[in-house]
Design a protein. Structure first.
Length: 877
């Protein structure tokens, strides 16, 4: 899955695996978990789905194997109301009753113990479509109704009775009865399509072994666009009228698939590939086998209006989901403990193939910023170990956060560098071959990687997975200038105390004697380790403790070395290293190594870097610390600083696209426009943005699609008046392109006039997610988040009726926004901590947000003065 929040879970379960594979005597299942005495070997699901009706109905036929004599067993069904249940053994029908057992389970009780052997279970049921857009749900697009599914992690049970855990990996056969005009799409090609009374019956081919969470169904009057050039038949599937937006997806998919086939050394594993654009959809995308579902605003790109950011998002999300076809679908995690690995691997692999197939996306360098985000989360005391036993099924997907995606990706990348890419690839191929069409655990992957490399990968990797936090590696040149002392400790913010921890860190050191530059990798296992470096002409004059910025660790060294490196960055450091250097500066500010003034001075020097991604890292670093260390009195001087640094960078690029410019420049421009116009208070640019936005809204003249979104948001946030608000509203009346609508809703979230902001909050979206785009934009400012919080309080019942629980748990974050205020925190804690609203995951979310607020206040108290002094001294006014 690709989470929508970011760009973006423990001790393995050898016991469970042994149970699944050998059916040995199992321990009693944990609450909500299924036993293994009675296991399915095949399930046929037949559903009658008419999306114009509020309910659907169906039957499930399950072939069962009873491994040990029992008289009761359970399966999952949560939502479907079962009207009849029939259990049949070799000797005929077995008298059995069903009763709800809580936690989504249905218990079957037979009148007599079931002897070991084969049985069949037949169930009839009926259910309303799910109101939260998960499970099996319906939605309206234009004048037509459609039905879609979203099952990960535990929502297949909302559509039909099943063994809804990933280790029950069995073949399914799906049949649907649907209105004659509907197109039906599932994981496999259609086997037959025949009239059945007023409906038609579509039988899909039997699937290869799949876990329930990877099944998918889409029904409605779809349009399809072929994807030529695949090793199997492929299509993009859209709602009526949207197939004109499918071209870009059809164009980029074949090279991603063939690059993956080449890496894995095996063909795409399923019989066909459909990419389905879903109008109402919470995740970014979902890797259903052979039937990948996407939020429509990601999959569908308007050839005229889609800018570079949109095209990149499409490629990267598609690459991530396609990587899952092998890693996740062909080989599936045995239990949710390894959800992190499933997502980490797909993120790492997705970025790797994106870089290879579409080098202009520059993912190779851009992924450094993702790693930095994960390290920021991991710097907090409320962070968690990436791998933890998953027992409670409530809000399981909360674990699908920056740690599961970006930390995991970075850790895999670090070990790939340590082992060497070819050896790593061999380990991956061996792992897939050994476990294809079955389940596996992370331990199985470490075994394969260790066998390929002759290194104990599992142990070293475990130090990053099983303990929370990120290491800080300090490098110190020793007397004589031929060796370096490396020291590790947990990275925390200044003043915070964490228990002592040790990692096994592959530290890649880059160093120079002034003439030649060399790189050396050592596995740092002790607290302190001295490393003798090969150097022709001592002393070593500079050292960079994270060559290529490939490591998942923060690094530090004496300030003179840091300053030397900053001064010579453009010639000494590669692009990844420069991006990492800039991001590391913000971390060193947090850790108390750098002061506010030093931070702004060093950062400013990177704003003139010729590499757009380095300038982008400067923007991110400013964004991270702005709220904390720019005090209201320093605000005007900060605006001057922004104009002097980022304003000059924008002057070099120009405010509008130039023919033949690199993609990286087009990608950077919107962020610079926003920063210089809004934070830099550049009134000339504000007027320019308004002009661009109005041209776009009125459809007069050509507008650079890459800057439309930024122009709309700048104009709303600065000169936004009633006339501009009405112009956006008018555009929304006719705009049909999902990504364009999302931009317009985000712009509505930027108005600062209180009356307009209130009106914006009252705007009905085409889907619930459009409203979410608005509140997300609004909550990025302090006043805006106050309004969003008030709106949440007023509309909480409506929200809880529409949002899946995992999204409810994230509301406190939006209610706080980018503020550091004790008062707001207390109010948010009081409202969401109330037992009536405290859904699973809320306490964890509140604890994380509280730590953020306290860190922000501490940083302001410590560095606000130093920052203000520097900014004022540098301000010529
Ligand atoms: Zn994923």
């Amino acid at each position: 899955m690709t989470a929508r929040r970011s760009r973006r879970l423990f001790f393995l379960v050898p016991c469970l695996l042994a149970t699944v594979r050998a059916a040995a005597a199992p321990a009693p299942p944990a609450p909500g978990r299924l036993g293994h005495d009675v296991v399915p070997t095949f399930e046929a699901v037949r559903l009658t789905v008419d999306p114009t009706q509020p309910e659907f109905s169906g039957t499930a036929h399950v072939e069962l194997r009873v491994a040990a004599p029992v008289s009761t067993f359970s399966f999952h069904a949560e939502g479907p109301v079962i009207s009849s249940l029939r259990l049949q053994g070799a000797t005929g029908q077995v008298s059995a009753r069903q009763s709800p057992a809580g936690r989504g389970l249905v218990r079957v009780e037979a009148d007599r113990p079931l002897a070991s052997g084969d049985y069949t279970l037949d169930v009839e049921f009926k259910a309303p479509f799910d109101p939260h857009a998960v499970g099996l749900y319906r939605t309206r697009a234009g004048a037509d109704w459609y039905a879609f599914t979203q099952f990960e992690a535990t929502d297949a049970r909302r559509a039909f009775p099943c063994w809804d855990e990933p280790s029950f990996k069995i073949p399914y056969q799906v049949t649907v009865l649907v209105p004659p005009a509907a197109v039906a799409v599932s994981n496999t090609p259609i086997e037959s399509d025949t009239p059945a009374g007023a409906l038609k019956q579509v039988v899909f081919k039997r699937t290869p072994p799949l876990p329930s969470y990877l099944l998918a169904l889409a029904i409605g009057p779809f349009e399809t666009v072929p994807i030529p050039g695949l090793s199997v038949p492929g299509r993009v599937v859209t709602v009526k009228g949207a197939s004109g937006l499918a071209g870009e997806a059809a164009r980029v998919t074949p090279s991603l698939v063939s690059t993956l086939e080449k890496y894995f050394g095996r063909a795409y594993p399923f019989e066909k590939l459909d990419l389905i654009a879903v109008p109402e959809y919470w995740p970014g995308a979902m890797e259903n086998a052979g039937a990948i579902t996407f939020a429509d605003q990601i999959l569908l790109v308007d050839p005229a209006a889609g800018g570079v950011a949109q095209r990149r998002l499409l490629i990267e999300v598609t690459a991530h989901e396609l990587a899952h076809m092998w890693f996740g679908d062909l080989v599936t995690m045995a239990w949710w403990d390894d959800l992190w690995l499933n997502e980490s691997f797909a993120s790492w692999m997705g970025d790797k193939v994106t870089q290879e197939a579409f080098p202009d996306t520059d993912v190779e360098v851009r992924s450094v910023e993702g790693t930095q985000r994960a390290m920021n989360t991991d710097a907090r005391l409320t962070t968690r170990a990436m791998r933890q036993p998953v027992e409670a099924m409530d809000n399981l997907l909360q674990a699908a956060d920056e740690l599961a995606y970006q930390k995991g990706e970075a850790v895999l990348g670090m070990f790939e560098s340590w082992m060497g890419p070819a050896v790593f690839q061999k380990g991956i191929r061996d792992y897939l071959a050994a476990h294809e069409w079955r389940n596996a655990a992370a331990e199985d992957l470490w075994k394969a990687l260790s066998a390929a490399s002759g290194k104990d990968v599992g142990h070293a990797m475990g130090t990053f997975l099983d303990q929370p936090g990120v290491p800080l590696v300090t490098a110190e040149l020793l007397e004589g200038g031929k060796s370096v002392r490396l020291t590790q400790q947990r990275f925390v913010r200044a003043g915070a105390a964490a228990p002592p921890q040790l990692w096994q860190v592959p530290v890649a050191i880059k160093y120079s004697d002034g003439a030649a530059t060399q790189t050396r990798t050592v596995l740092l296992t002790a607290r302190t380790q001295d490393v003798k470096l090969d150097v022709a002409n001592p002393p070593i004059v500079w050292i960079h403790p994270s060559a290529g910025e490939r490591g998942y660790y923060r690094w530090s060294e004496a300030r003179p070395l840091l300053t030397t490196m900053a001064d010579q960055a453009a010639t000494r450091l590669d692009r990844r290293e420069r991006v990492g250097f800039v991001s590391n500066l913000a971390a060193l500010l947090d850790a108390g190594v750098l002061h506010g003034g030093d931070f702004f001075r060093l950062l400013g020097s990177f704003a003139s870097d010729p590499e757009p991604l380095v300038v982008s890292a400067v923007v991110t670093a400013l964004d991270e610390v702005k709220v904390a260390i720019v005090t209201p009195e320093a605000r005007p001087a900060f605006a001057t600083y922004v104009r002097r640094t980022l304003g000059r960078a924008l002057e070099r690029l120009g405010p509008t696209a130039r023919p033949g410019e690199p993609e990286a420049v087009a990608a950077l421009r919107p962020a610079l426009l926003w920063w210089v116009a809004v934070e830099g208070e550049d009134v000339r640019l504000q007027a320019y943005a308004r002009e661009v936005a109005q041209a776009y809204l009125s459809g007069v003249g050509h507008v650079d699609p890459a800057v439309t979104g930024a122009a709309l948001e700048i104009a709303a946030a600065t000169t936004g008046d009633r006339a501009f608000f009405e112009a956006i509203k008018k555009k929304l009346e006719t705009e049909k392109v999902p990504a364009e609508r999302a931009r317009l809703f985000a712009a509505l979230g930027r108005f600062r006039d209180p009356r307009l902001a209130e009106d914006a909050l009252g705007m009905p979206g085409r889907t619930f997610q459009e409203g979410a785009a608005l509140t997300k934009a609004m909550s990025s400012s302090a006043e805006g988040s106050e309004r969003v919080f008030a709106w949440f309080r007023e509309h909480y019942d409506e929200l809880s009726g529409r949002l899946p629980p995992m999204f409810l748990a994230f509301l406190p974050g939006s209610a706080l926004g980018q503020t550091c205020s004790e008062e707001r925190l207390a109010a948010v804690e009081k409202f969401f901590g109330d037992p009536r609203r405290n859904v699973a995951g809320t306490d964890k979310e509140l604890a994380m947000r509280a730590e953020e607020v306290h860190d922000c206040l501490a940083l302001r108290a410590r560095e606000g003065g130093s920052a203000a002094a520097y900014l004022k001294a540098a301000d010529p006014r």
